[in-house]
Design a binder for this molecule. Structure first.
Ligand SMILES: [Zn+2]
Length: 120
């Protein structure tokens, strides 16, 4: 068995899913090959490191990320919305302002005399 075919068996060897014949071949090679023993140890460390990544994030992880984005974007993202007006689109606010100005014009300015009189 050469180094390459030994390295291909590392994953199934570590997982314990290797066939007995292949396991014997690999064990014989590992007994005489310091390079593959070292590689196998590195492989085990890498797999163990990946296994420790499976821990769930703490409860406060997402809120803290959102708070950081809120602060760094100067309030542009993840801002606390007002309960009543939070989801009113800007177009509706603009339309309401136009209607309010129209009502003001009709009620206060339209009937007021301007001081300009038609020529006799
Ligand atoms: Zn080897």
């Amino acid at each position: 068995m050469d180094h390459k075919s030994a390295a291909e068996l590392f994953s199934s060897f570590v997982d314990g899913e290797i066939a007995d014949a292949a396991k014997d071949d690999l064990s014989r090679h590992l007994a005489v090959c310091i390079q593959c023993r070292t590689d196998l140890e590195e492989f085990r460390r890498a797999v163990g490191g990946l296994g420790s990544l499976k821990h769930a994030a703490p409860e406060s992880f997402l809120p803290q990320i959102q708070k950081q984005i809120f602060l760094r974007s100067r309030g542009r993202f993840f801002a606390q919305r007002w309960r009543l007006f939070g989801r009113v689109p800007f177009e509706w606010v603009s339309l309401a302002m136009i209607i309010a100005m129209l009502v003001y014009y009709i009620l206060h300015l339209r009937g007021a005399p301007t001081g300009v009189r038609p020529a006799p």
